[in-house]
Write a protein that binds this ligand. Sequence first.
Ligand SMILES: C[S@@+](CC[C@H](N)C(=O)[O-])C[C@H]1O[C@@H](n2cnc3c(N)ncnc32)[C@H](O)[C@@H]1O
Length: 211
Amino acid sequence: MKAKDLLYRWKRYAFFAFQYFFLEKPRGLDFTMRDLDIPEEQKKFIHGYSKTNERHLRNIFDRLPFMDNLSLLDVGCGKGVVLKEAARYPFDKIAGIDINFRLIERARINFKRLHLEERIWCEERNALEFEDYGKYNVFFFFNPFGREIMETVIDKILASTYSRQKRVYLIYHNPIFKDVIEKKEVFLLHHQLYDSLKQYETYIYITRTGW
Ligand SMILES: C[S@@+](CC[C@H](N)C(=O)[O-])C[C@H]1O[C@@H](n2cnc3c(N)ncnc32)[C@H](O)[C@@H]1O
């Protein structure tokens, strides 16, 4: 690893440590990067937990057209930081799924502490087996899994929304498999944001009308 990358990584950990010990722990919260163990049997096929920066999330949500009646699903919601920030905005529904039950347990504690448990739904679910994509029209991904799973999940989302002829937004943070989305040709790149703190990009895609 290059010295520059190492320095960047340490800066990021230092930032999260500060956030955890001074801003979250005293309030009984934990959204930070501290990884909870991934269950042994899941290690092969899931990516671990790390969180999206709150300021970056607000930059993203500020760009969404809320007059379109938006309902958000964070696919791989971890400890729930995306959902917590989404609760500041007028989404009709806010929901998250994660394959790791320990993260979901932690997310629920976080929401309870913030009195958001009525506003946000989250459950331990594998995105591959989730059957309710059709209830949502905004999907958030922060690099939750590998290419194969991403392909299947995007297909499931398209299948579930096709009959509704509704616009769908895909928000893809750190989009390492963006070709999976772009090759579908039903998605247009709507915005591209850059997270200067984390050096990550976020792409916002929207389905073409009449696809
Ligand atoms: C990088 S974290 C993102 C957390 C959160 N979305 C955020 O942006 O702060 C990715 C999450 O995806 C979850 N994940 C991985 N594979 C999954 C799957 N097949 N189904 C549901 N969640 C999954 C992981 O447990 C992890 O919490």
